[in-house]
Design a protein around this ligand. Structure first.
Ligand code: AMP
Length: 400
């Protein structure tokens, strides 16, 4: 069932509590990347342009939860937002929901914007506390969740707050609407051939997503360190590559499920390996097996070509996790080739969905983000959605 969106809420004259994700990277008091602020603008503008009062709430970093901490104040975010919007952004109080915040909310006129202090200064936020949520709820006539990166969490502003606002409009913002559309709705009914590309460091993190997507997928392409646990399950020697021994049975189960479901499970057939986990040891390409003394750090050239061919023939592609240690130039090529092939498939009409975290960072680095259908803004939330998990935060939102 699609969720109510902010667009369909009559916000004129209303106090709209908007949970955003302003957890921006900071160096001291400077914001080093304001994309998360930019990403929330369509929702904020939609509310103020229609005469609503936008009351913004976010967390930033990991304060103790015992009151105001200067190192985690959202003040620089309020200032940047004010610059971008070209209008004042009220930033009252020492803690979210305190008396000064309530007084400032009372004074808001239609079209005004206010940002509360860091939600995690209140100890009730991480605890999902109902009393804290009630205090916030008393300040709003409507609720909007546009914080996708936090949607898998049960923090008070995500779950207890919309629960406390039952009977008032509760909607998702444009960002969350788009994430659900791609990560949930598109993948529930993908155009075929449907290819799932998974990589990254830990197979244990990705097994639930593979299991969920496998019955629908035509091909699964595995790269990154996680491939070595699969190869170990097949009895191949992988040298000193990273293997999660405890998860060899899980990898074996996936191999069996893929065979039963007639899903092509592709594993690397060659490897770029090194004697050390860095770029300065001896680097060699090995086919099939990796001798001891070497660890696999990227998919090899044959695998790159094979994976790119499968991707180019796909109509839906979902990708989560790099194919190698892409942070180091000698082990970047596998990830780059996969990203390039996904961009070409998208140009040719495929739908491509890139999970957040490292794969999103990789497509940004390669200058390919704009050629993807969707690059998720959530790391953990995006992976959990690929696992098919239902989010309590979203179940509190009204249906459309
Ligand atoms: P994840 O957060 O699980 O998606 O993992 C991303 C990390 O996996 C990146 O920092 C990569 O450097 C790392 N990674 C990818 N391939 C390998 C590999 N073959 N060996 C060790 N680490 C890897």
């Amino acid at each position: 069932m699609p969720k109510k969106t902010i667009q369909s809420v009559d916000v004129a004259g209303k106090r709209v509590l908007i949970r955003v994700d302003f957890n921006v990277p900071m160096e001291g008091s400077s914001i080093t990347d304001d994309r998360r602020i930019q990403a929330a603008l369509p929702t904020i503008r939609s509310v103020i342009d229609r005469g609503g009062k936008a009351i913004l709430m976010s967390h930033l970093g990991r304060p103790e939860g015992t009151g105001h901490e200067a190192a985690y104040t959202l003040k620089p975010v309020a200032e940047r937002l004010s610059e971008i919007l070209g209008k004042p952004v009220a930033f009252p109080g020492q803690e979210p929901g305190d008396g000064a915040t309530a007084a400032a909310v009372e004074q808001m006129s239609d079209g005004d914007v206010l940002l509360m202090e860091n939600l995690r200064f209140a100890k009730g936020e991480k605890k999902g506390d109902a009393e804290f949520a009630e205090r916030l709820a008393s300040m709003g006539d409507a609720y909007c969740n546009d914080a996708f990166g936090t949607c898998h969490r049960a923090d008070a502003s995500m779950v207890a707050l919309p629960r406390a606002m039952q009977g008032k409009p509760r909607a998702v913002g444009f960002l969350v609407e788009r994430e659900i559309k791609f990560l949930s709705e598109t993948l529930a009914n993908p155009a075929h051939p449907f290819t799932v590309v998974l990589g990254g460091a830990k197979v244990s993190d990705k097994l639930p997503a593979i299991e969920h997507l496998l019955p629908k997928a035509d091909s699964i392409l595995v790269g990154g360190a996680m491939a070595y646990t699969f190869l170990a399950a097949l009895g191949k020697s992988v040298g000193d590559s990273r293997v999660e021994k405890d998860h060899i049975p899980g990898a074996q189960r996936i191999i069996d499920q893929a065979a039963n479901a007639h899903t092509d499970l592709h594993l690397p057939q060659d490897h770029v390996a090194c004697t050390q986990f860095n770029a300065s040891g001896d680097i060699e390409v090995f086919e099939e097996t990796i001798p001891s003394g070497f660890m696999g750090l990227d998919i090899g050239p044959k695998t790159q070509t094979a994976y790119a061919n499968v991707i180019r023939g796909s109509k839906t592609i979902v990708w989560n996790g790099p194919m190698g240690v892409f942070e180091m130039p000698p082990y970047r090529i596998g990830t780059q080739q996969v990203a390039q092939a996904i961009a070409e498939a998208t140009d040719a009409g495929a739908v491509s969905i890139v999970g957040g975290g490292d794969s999103a960072a990789a497509v940004e680095k390669f200058g390919l983000a704009d050629r993807m259908s969707h690059v998720s803004t959530g790391g953990g939330a995006s992976l959990e959605m690929l696992e098919g998990k239902a989010f309590e935060a979203l179940s509190q939102i009204d249906n459309a």
